[in-house]
Design a protein around this ligand. Structure first.
Ligand code: SAH
Ligand code: SF4
Length: 370
């Protein structure tokens, strides 16, 4: 993302911060609210077009601030309606956002970091390593861009295409807490995107202290990447488990759920052939979650170049799901969407950096043979 260091980027700023900034400039707080409506609801980023702001305020904004978004480097449209964008994130890397339309809703899956440091064994993003946190503007910018690009629902001006947002793209959102929480606030703010708490989901591999903080500060829907029903296996698959083992993580989950008693926590479980997908694993998982505010979402593994895992068979996934249901757990299996555009976690961004590596590889080969 291009930087104009001398100017403040207003993209994603919480209402309170923006009002405080306007007060410093001697302006009334309601002008900050007008500006937010222009940016998020009407998609306007050029101060000159914000015609209900005075000329002098617009000039002051031009001199001191910008509304700057991440740059889109590619858009891919799947035959099934899934859309994927690549956003430039510096040093030849890209982050991705994926829009998944379904009857009655449109879910946008967004990224929070360039790469990820947590190194889960089955994850393409983890295999890339960690580069940096996305800024607040880069996080909210993904939603802004999707809503501006996609047709509004039912031709109603008020209804954006994106009705649900999930932090299930690249990165660990709770490792970028400082920027993710204001982004969440903006998504649920009436002056931002006005989404209900239930329609915004943070997915975490289990950074326990931040699960507690999130519960206090912004209790949106929570999904937890469990992936294994015992510590020995989870230590291997999700290494953060060595720091925050299953018991500690689950206790934090039940505390989180207790803050909004009507809500369940979703436990994500990637189905890896011969690794975590037997009926014994299902029984162990049921023991952990039974009679708790929990539901399970099974994710068929998405393979990527260089991985040692394969996807569980359809029969194994069905048997696992049935066993959990027989034990009384609400369980669903995620349908894979956007296969033709590699819309699953980490895949497309992985390809971009591969391309860069390949190019460098070719150059090196040419130099070696010259
Ligand atoms: N870092 C967060 C959110 C991003 S990953 C987390 O780990 O929860 C979103 C989901 O995709 C997580 O449940 C993650 O474990 C899962 N995932 C990662 N790699 C995958 C793969 N190759 N196939 C299927 N699911 C995968
Ligand atoms: Fe990071 Fe989530 Fe991938 Fe684990 S699964 S490496 S936490 S993005």
């Amino acid at each position: 993302m291009a930087k104009r260091l001398d100017k403040l980027n207003l993209m994603g700023l919480p209402q309170g911060d923006l009002e405080a900034r306007f007060a410093e400039w001697g302006e009334k707080p309601f002008h900050a609210r007008q500006l937010m409506r222009w940016v998020y609801q009407r998609g306007v980023t050029d101060f000159e077009e914000m015609t209900d702001l005075s000329k002098s305020l617009r000039q002051h904004l031009r001199e001191t601030a910008v509304v700057e978004l991440p740059r889109v480097i590619a858009q891919h449209d799947s035959a099934d309606g899934t859309v994927k964008w690549l956003f430039e994130s510096g040093s030849g890397q890209a982050v991705e956002a994926v829009f998944i339309p379904e009857p009655g809703r449109g879910t946008l899956c967004i990224s929070s970091q360039v790469g990820c440091a947590l190194d889960c064994a089955f994850c393409a993003t983890g295999a890339q390593g960690f580069n940096r946190n996305l800024s607040l503007a880069e996080i909210v910018g993904q939603v802004w861009h999707a809503n501006q690009t996609l047709p509004r629902r039912d031709n109603d001006d008020a209804d954006f295409a994106v009705t649900n947002v999930v932090f299930m793209g690249m990165g660990e959102p709770l490792a970028n807490y400082r920027n993710v929480v204001p982004a969440l606030r903006l998504l649920i703010s009436d002056l931002g995107y006005g989404l209900s708490h239930r329609r915004v989901t943070v997915s975490t591999s289990g950074i326990v202290p931040h699960v507690d903080r999130l519960g206090d500060e912004c209790n949106v829907a929570l999904a937890v990447s469990l992936h294994a029903p015992n510590n020995a296996l989870r230590d291997e698959l999700v290494p953060i488990n060595k720091m925050h083992p299953i018991e500690e993580l689950l206790s934090a989950c039940w505390r989180y759920a207790a803050k909004r008693p009507s809500r369940h926590i979703t436990f994500e479980y990637v189905m890896l052939d011969g690794v975590n997908d037997t009926l014994q694993h299902a029984d162990q998982l049921a023991e952990l979650l039974l009679d708790r505010p929990a539901k399970v979402n099974l994710i068929p593994f998405n393979p990527f170049a260089g991985t040692r895992f394969t996807r569980s068979s359809d029969d194994a996934i069905t048997a696992f799901q049935e066993r959990l249901r027989d034990r009384g757990l609400v369980t669903t299996t995620r349908r894979t969407r956007g296969d033709d555009i590699d819309a699953a976690c980490g895949q497309l961004a992985g390809k971009v950096s591969d391309r860069v590596r390949n190019r460098l590889g070719e150059k090196n080969r040419r130099m070696a043979t010259a």
